[in-house]
Design a protein around this ligand. Structure first.
Ligand SMILES: [Zn+2]
Length: 641
């Protein structure tokens, strides 16, 4: 971090010494000099472009908080917000009217209970004070007399319903609110078997399970034995999920109750918070899994099933919090749980001065990329028939971009205040507040069942805290919408005064990548041979690799293809050719420490290599020798012709 400011300072001096430079020259020179300072010029671009472009990045970013550019941007957002919290503390204390319903007050309460909650309330067991497995059913280890735990009153499905109200999901089954496959304008509840792919989706083993049980008050003498049974249960459930994935079915509640013997009506009444008619429609996939599950659970000791659900609930809660009472971590917790409130405050305090200019620039960038994508479709680059092309054209035209994840066409402050109207938070209890925001989040998702979201207010209702606390852009299939968080629109990613080559190669690439995600499932006419080719260097994340490889072509063509609206004139601030600037700035997205691990993405050095070795203009730009240099293999994978 230190070096970076020294360099920025030097550039400032140089610029000041030359003849009256414009602001634009300043921002470009500064940005370029940073990029150049990350390069390792002893590396060969044709041999290892990651090392060439990013080799010195890590030693210039010695931060505990981040290891790559998105983390760097997030830290800036977090630091801004910490300062804002300090200001809020003063203004709320000095205020002499009732602020208890203001967005500021809610954000502040959550932040300050995270910062200051006494340590005796900050423990995992305290969560259980607020949530029981059933009416008059305590958690087994908390029963006054463990021999008298009312096991006959315990029902796993009822307990799942109760915990689902706190956003727990994917335990024994997955339950999501999705557009109905019969009528995509209506939402339904979809039930499916659970997945165990990510670390937080499963138990780690006997000993970590035992540790959690101990923290939750299970006596030392029985904890290991119980942990073994609990872990064994999960392994049995995992076995049941191994079979082939079967398509979904649409059942009325009474049909569901007949097919799978469990108290479904009670479950839905708990989840929805009101009574449900017997013809209430549910979407269910893998019915055979549910049949086997009911059979399996009927053979288990009820206290083992209850303990399993409890441990998974606690793991979920632990994952849903940074678990540290420091300012940056507490701000992350606020962002993850009160994302719309934070978006509003961020917009008002840190984005407002650039709002109009940035929004215009980013929207224009999106439009240019979209137009380029449609051009590719006109040339039938994607090998589609006429009907498919028309379908994809319509989808492309109706795709939308949302900057800051705020609904369009409404007053943001009014909207957000109203959105959080029914959320009231404690002044002193962190766990209580944590459960309240999770309950609030679950309720908003359930509300979708009764709504048809009008398209002009399209924004993301996050069911995933990791998205909510990140400044990375993302694509929402359900709304055909790309969300670009406010926090992304700052240096080193973006500045409205930057030269277009910088805008298209970094933010433009990110948006192009998200546009391609819009066509993941439809496949865009990729043939099996092409997919086989790009998977030769095997990846679990084929959709991501497709989005990278197609995304760079989209961004590159938008700038350099014939008919481009962008100036091909050589920029005044450097002697580097435009195409080299393009690739170096693109690399900024991938620069970082190689220790970073990403959910559902390959490591950055693999990503950029796979992306560039299959993209001929790269080798042309750097004069790489075909078949001899690593970055220029003779055989290239072509997704499209
Ligand atoms: Zn992606």
């Amino acid at each position: 971090m230190g070096n970076r400011w020294i360099i920025a300072g030097l550039v400032g001096l140089l610029v000041a010494a030359t003849a009256s430079p414009t602001a634009q020259v300043d921002v470009n020179e500064k940005h370029l000099s940073e990029i150049l300072s990350y390069m390792n010029e002893s590396a060969d671009a044709c041999d290892d472009f990651f090392n060439y472009a990013c080799g010195n990045w890590s030693e210039q970013h010695l931060s505990l908080y981040y290891t790559e550019i998105m983390g760097e941007v997030d830290l800036k957002v977090n630091k801004n917000l910490v300062k804002l919290m300090d200001k809020l503390a003063v203004s709320l204390q000095n205020s002499n009217h009732d602020d208890s319903n203001s967005v500021e007050d809610k954000v502040w309460r959550y932040y300050q209970t995270c910062r200051g909650a006494s340590l005796d309330t900050r423990n995992l067991k305290h969560y259980l004070d607020f949530v029981q497995p059933g009416e008059q059913v305590p958690w087994p280890q908390l029963a006054v007399n463990s021999k008298q735990w009312p096991k006959n009153k315990f029902n796993w499905l009822e307990t799942l319903g109760r915990l689902q109200r706190y956003s727990l999901n994917n335990v024994l089954m997955r339950s999501t609110v999705v557009p109905s496959y019969k009528n995509s304008r209506k939402y339904v509840i979809d039930l499916d078997r659970p997945v165990f792919k990510e670390k937080n989706q499963r138990l780690r083993g006997n000993f970590s399970t035992k540790n959690i049980l101990l923290q939750l008050g299970v006596p030392k003498g029985s904890a290991l034995n119980l942990a073994r049974k609990v872990y064994q249960l999960e392994l049995l459930v995992r076995d049941l999920t191994e079979g082939e994935d079967l398509p979904n079915d649409n059942l009325a509640l009474h049909e569901l109750e007949r097919t799978i013997q469990a108290p479904w009506r009670k479950y839905f009444e708990i989840v929805l918070g009101h009574s449900v008619p017997r013809d209430f429609k549910v979407q269910i996939s893998n019915v055979d899994y549910f049949e086997a599950l009911v059979e399996l659970l009927s053979r288990q000791e009820p206290n083992v099933v209850a303990s399993y659900i409890m441990v998974r609930f606690i793991i979920f809660l632990r994952e849903e919090s940074m678990g540290i009472d420091e300012p940056i971590e507490c701000i992350q917790d606020v962002r993850r749980n009160l994302d719309l409130a934070i978006n509003l405050l961020y917009e008002e305090h840190f984005y407002e001065s650039n709002r109009q200019k940035n929004n215009e620039e980013v929207t224009a960038l999106f439009e240019i990329l979209r137009a380029q994508f449609l051009t590719g479709m006109d040339g039938n680059v994607f090998n589609l028939n006429a009907t498919q092309r028309e379908l994809l054209r319509n989808k492309t035209r109706s795709m939308d971009i949302n900057i800051g994840n705020m609904p369009k066409g409404v007053n943001h402050r009014k909207f957000v205040t109203n959105f959080y109207r029914e959320l009231s938070l404690s002044e002193s209890d962190y766990e209580e507040n944590h459960l309240k925001v999770l309950q609030f989040r679950a309720a908003r998702l359930i509300e979708k069942l009764d709504q048809q979201q009008p398209s002009h207010t399209k924004f993301a209702l996050n069911d995933d805290g990791d998205y909510a606390m990140s400044s990375s852009p993302f694509y929402l299939q359900q709304l055909n919408l790309i969300v670009v968080p406010f926090g992304l629109l700052q240096e080193p990613v973006f500045n409205a005064d930057m030269h277009d080559i910088f805008k298209i190669s970094l933010l433009g690439f990110m948006i192009a990548h998200e546009i391609i995600h819009g066509f993941d499932s439809t496949g865009l006419g990729y043939d099996a041979k092409a997919l086989d080719c790009i998977n030769r260097n095997e990846t679990d994340n084929l959709d991501e690799r497709i989005a990278d490889i197609s995304g760079i072509r989209l961004a590159f063509d938008a700038y350099f293809a014939p008919g481009s609206k962008y100036s091909q004139a050589h920029p005044t601030f450097t002697t580097l050719p435009l195409k080299k600037i393009f690739f170096l700035n693109l690399a900024q997205f991938f620069c970082g420490s190689l220790d970073t691990s990403f959910m559902s993405h390959d490591p950055d050095d693999v990503r950029i290599k796979q992306l560039l070795i299959n993209f001929p203009p790269f080798a042309e730009t750097y004069g790489c020798r075909q078949g001899q240099d690593i970055m220029h293999p003779a055989e290239k994978c072509r997704l499209w012709r």
